[in-house]
Write a protein that binds this ligand. Structure first.
Ligand SMILES: Nc1nc2c(c(=O)[nH]1)N[C@@H](CN(C=O)c1ccc(C(=O)N[C@@H](CCC(=O)O)C(=O)O)cc1)CN2
Length: 292
């Protein structure tokens, strides 16, 4: 990891990119930044032999006030085109606007709102939405707007249309399924591609579905876990961002496993939301490249 020696005054940005691997990519990016009077403060890269793709994340401070995010983006376009890059450039001061979806279990929602309240998670949460009324008091306790959106097989299309309207109205960048127990339709998944994260309460690919702790108990596992992944139409199959495990034993019934799992779920989801909101996750097919 490359770290800058001298403090710089200016706006901090993050550039992420991926492209076919070839010589000269790092030079081209560095030359562009130097030419625009930017100071690189962190740089990570990964060459993936299997796909032949190159992945990079650069954090830099723009020292010349003539070059804000939009001016730099316009100027970087030709460089990106020359290397067939997929890329994103954002100011780090811009916090991701997160809509949280929740059902009955509130531990992951509470953890996210508490970390935001403490200022240790750089996100804004304009809205909490649930298919049950239970979480209204928790959202209110953090001063966050709450919307109860019941979902039945008959009302799912209207409920999802209303959810999309709320995402637009609140300028949402990221949807977080914090133990939301309804399966999103393929259409909604397509519209939320790359900007919806789910916490699954097992160590995937083990124990998919709605009752992983009962499955784990029945199997007699000695480790349980949680997985944060991007949401796709294929249930529990999306690109994995973060995972963690905890040791368990024969004396623990499904309820005890679920109680232990709650802490793991909350930690894994908060880590995944931080990694995504800091632009530290890049897509590599159905997998991810994560620069922590
Ligand atoms: N399109 C997707 N939607 C959702 C995903 C996903 O990966 N893709 N993850 C789930 C969360 N989840 C596991 O992490 C999960 C939630 C619900 C179910 C399920 O079978 N639900 C039943 C209803 C259960 C209930 O009402 O309690 C169902 O929808 O018929 C499985 C896995 C969130 N959505």
């Amino acid at each position: 990891m490359v770290q800058s020696a001298h403090p710089a005054t200016g706006e901090e940005h993050v550039l992420t990119l991926d492209c076919p691997n070839r010589p000269g990519i790092v030079y081209a990016v560095s030359e562009f930044l130097v030419r625009h009077d930017a100071d690189i403060t962190e740089s990570r890269q990964f060459d993936e032999p299997e796909s032949g793709r190159f992945f990079m994340r650069v954090r830099f401070t723009a020292l010349d006030p003539r070059y804000g995010r939009d001016e730099l983006a316009d100027a970087f376009g030709p460089v990106a085109e020359a290397f067939a890059m997929a890329w994103r450039l954002n100011r780090t001061a811009e916090h991701a606007r997160v809509l949280v979806l929740v059902s009955k279990h509130q531990h992951c929602l509470n953890d996210l709102l508490f970390r935001r309240h403490l200022g240790t998670l750089g996100i804004e949460v304009p809205l909490v939405v649930s298919n049950h009324p239970d979480a209204a008091a928790l959202a209110a306790s953090y001063g966050v707007e709450f919307r109860h959106l019941p979902v039945t097989p008959e009302t799912k299309p209207q409920a999802e249309a209303e959810l999309l309207r709320l995402i637009g109205e609140h300028r949402v960048d990221l949807v977080v399924l914090a133990r939301y127990m309804q399966v999103l339709s393929p259409d909604l998944c397509k519209q939320l591609e790359g900007r919806a994260i789910n916490i699954h309460h097992s160590f995937l690919p083990g124990f998919k579905g709605a009752r992983p702790y009962h499955q784990a108990h029945a199997r007699g596992v000695k480790l349980i876990g949680a997985t944060a992944h991007y949401v796709t139409a294929d249930l529990d199959e999306g690109p994995i961002i973060e995972q963690e495990v905890a040791r368990v034993d024969h004396s623990m019934d499904p309820e005890r496993l679920a109680a232990l799992g709650r802490d793991v779920e909350a930690q894994v989801l908060a880590r995944a939301v931080r990694l995504h909101s800091e632009q530290r996750v890049l897509f590599n097919g159905n997998r991810t490249v994560v620069f922590p």
